[in-house]
Design a protein around this ligand. Sequence first.
Ligand code: NAD
Ligand code: IPM
Ligand code: MN
Length: 353
Amino acid sequence: RRRHRIAVIAGDGIGKEVMPEALRVLSAAQQKFDLPLELVPIDWASCDYYAEHGQMMPDDWKQQLQGVDAILFGAVGWPATVPDHISLWGSLLKFRREFDQYINLRPVRLFEGVPCPLAGRKPGDIDFLVVRENTEGEYTNLGGVMYAGTDREIVLQETVMSRFGADRVLKFAFEQAAARPRQKLDVATKSNGIAISMPWWDGRADAMAQHYPQIAVEKHHIDILAARFVLQPQRFDVVVASNLFGDILSDLGPACTGTIGLAPSANLNPERTFPSLFEPVHGSAPDIYGQGIANPVAMIWSAALMLQFLGEQAAHDAMLHAIEHVLAHGPRTRDLGGLANTAEMGAAIAALV
Ligand code: NAD
Ligand code: IPM
Ligand code: MN
């Protein structure tokens, strides 16, 4: 078997607390399945590094990641010391763009044993994928402030969508839908208010739908789509969205399943020209950092998605089963209503792999 080289970036805040748990579970999987893993620890891409060097990453960061198959990423951001747009554009968003990770795949699932904030929902009722466009759209640094400091100050922030960029994420989402039993795809839009890009996005979705006549496609304006996530989560199977809408939906969906502390993500370069990046949906959670109470599941599940992407399906399945078992029977962290700390939950999952 080919070796899998994995760069490990813990980052900031609870990224530093949940990453050791993912590594503990990975190590258990490595032993059980004899995985050819080679971990490459990275000590940059953090606000601590910024404090010392005045930038988030060394100039030769790309060379240092030569030959890496995947990046396991905790979280970046420490707004008390570094403005978020500096730390994120200097690290995570740079990886997504320069490594052309144009798919952000974010599963949303209600697990056995996890209290659901939505009344009357049980496991099986919420089980869908958010496919988020990950390299363009509303996330840009194009624009500027004019007449700054005057009462005529104007700010302009551009959105960029390309046919190439929209078509490839839509195609990926249709393929995901086609591979699932329900044959259904929901498309986030806002073509009523965002009068140029969103009607165009709808048009690209319509054009792609021509190639998938078996898939039932439904478009929803983002406002009512958010409401439907809460009111009718069972109607979703695969949801495709632009960068910003996908960002919002991928916190809302997991919140509907109890906690964002469970939600994983896969930032994919499906062609494997560049490394893909696997990280929790959540951030560095400064409000709980240092207490050892962060839920490690999002990080561990992200590591499992990484193994799946690397072709290690059996190890992925074992990790997911271990997660399912611990969510159902404990120990559980506080966001799940339990009393366990991060390490206890991580160790329990590792022991079941
Ligand atoms: P956040 O996701 O860090 O935290 C939001 C809330 O969820 C907090 O109350 C936090 O305590 C809770 N939470 C998050 N993860 C949890 C976990 N695993 N277990 C239990 N509770 C958890 O979002 P935020 O507060 O908006 O952002 C904090 C920082 O993280 C900012 O700097 C932000 O830019 C950054 N951020 C980074 C990423 C990333 O690296 N991918 C993602 C989101 C936010
Ligand atoms: C996420 C995060 C990032 C995003 C931030 C930290 C830039 O919220 O991965 O969802 O908006 O993409
Ligand atoms: Mn987000």
